[in-house]
Write a protein that binds this ligand. Structure first.
Ligand SMILES: Nc1ncnc2c1ncn2[C@@H]1O[C@H](COP(=O)(O)OP(=O)(O)O)[C@@H](O)[C@H]1O
Ligand SMILES: [Mg+2]
Length: 226
């Protein structure tokens, strides 16, 4: 089996006092190397929850997630972080960037945890920032740039490690058409050059239609659109 990511019968129940909400009811998903998947679904259907569990950021109530054939939720916190950092890139809805650091520092951050020499770290960060159109903002703090620029910083940070799979939650949500287009192109290029897989939660049907598969999350289950 050479799935980059695989899950079977994934369930998630949120328990708040006596209220139990079952958001995911048995998700099966297998993502091959280089595969591009769009996940669509109405607000509150559990898309972000699913993405968090696939990336090892939240635990499932039932079921397993295999990342590169390793059960990510069975690992210790340290090992899980290492696996995440080595294999996955995240673009979150709420960017999770560090506001007191510069654009450049934020993008270098995931590589600082690796053993890559500093000069190479800087080169890669500059290249990917150039690609998302942020070369002129390298030294700006996150608090000094616009929402769209922060989103592009988040995308650059997710891509800088050349991950096997990028998990993106509405990556082009706040972007104008031109910038969204350059983000698609960047993702497509990475897909072709490095065979990066993508799982993208989106409302943008233009983006979704460019993916290999569109899956809809509805009533806790995923179904295929095409
Ligand atoms: N930490 C949490 N505790 C309790 N309920 C949650 C939590 N996170 C999400 N939910 C609930 O799970 C459902 C799905 O949320 P979410 O995954 O954010 O949906 P989507 O991303 O599709 O809009 C919602 O009803 C939300 O209120
Ligand atoms: Mg969401």
């Amino acid at each position: 089996m050479n799935d980059i990511l695989n899950c079977k019968q994934l369930e998630k129940v949120f328990n708040e006092g006596s209220i139990h909400t079952q958001v995911l009811k048995g998700i099966d998903l297998s993502v091959k190397k280089g595969e591009q998947i769009a996940i669509i679904g109405s607000s509150g259907s559990g898309k972000s929850t699913l993405l968090h569990i696939l990336g090892g950021l939240d635990k499932p109530s039932h079921g397993q997630v295999l990342v590169n054939n390793i059960d990510i939720h069975a690992l210790s916190e340290t090992k899980r972080c290492q696996l995440r950092n080595k294999t996955l890139g995240f673009v979150y809805q709420l960017h999770h960037l560090l506001p007191e650091f510069s654009v450049f520092e934020n993008v270098c951050m995931p590589l600082m945890l690796s053993k890559i020499p500093k000069t190479q770290v800087c080169e890669r960060a500059e290249k990917v920032l150039n690609r998302v159109g942020l070369s002129h903002r390298l030294d700006h703090k996150l608090s000094e740039i616009s929402g769209g620029e922060r989103q592009r910083t988040a995308i650059a940070r997710a891509l800088v490690t050349n991950p096997l799979c990028v998990l993106a939650d509405e990556p082009t949500g706040n972007l104008d058409n031109k910038t969204a287009e350059s983000v698609y192109e960047l993702m497509l290029e990475l897909n072709q050059v490095y065979q990066t897989s993508f799982i993208i939660v989106t409302h943008d049907m233009q983006l979704a239609k460019r993916m290999d598969r569109i899956l809809t999350l509805d009533n806790g289950l995923l179904s295929s659109e095409k």
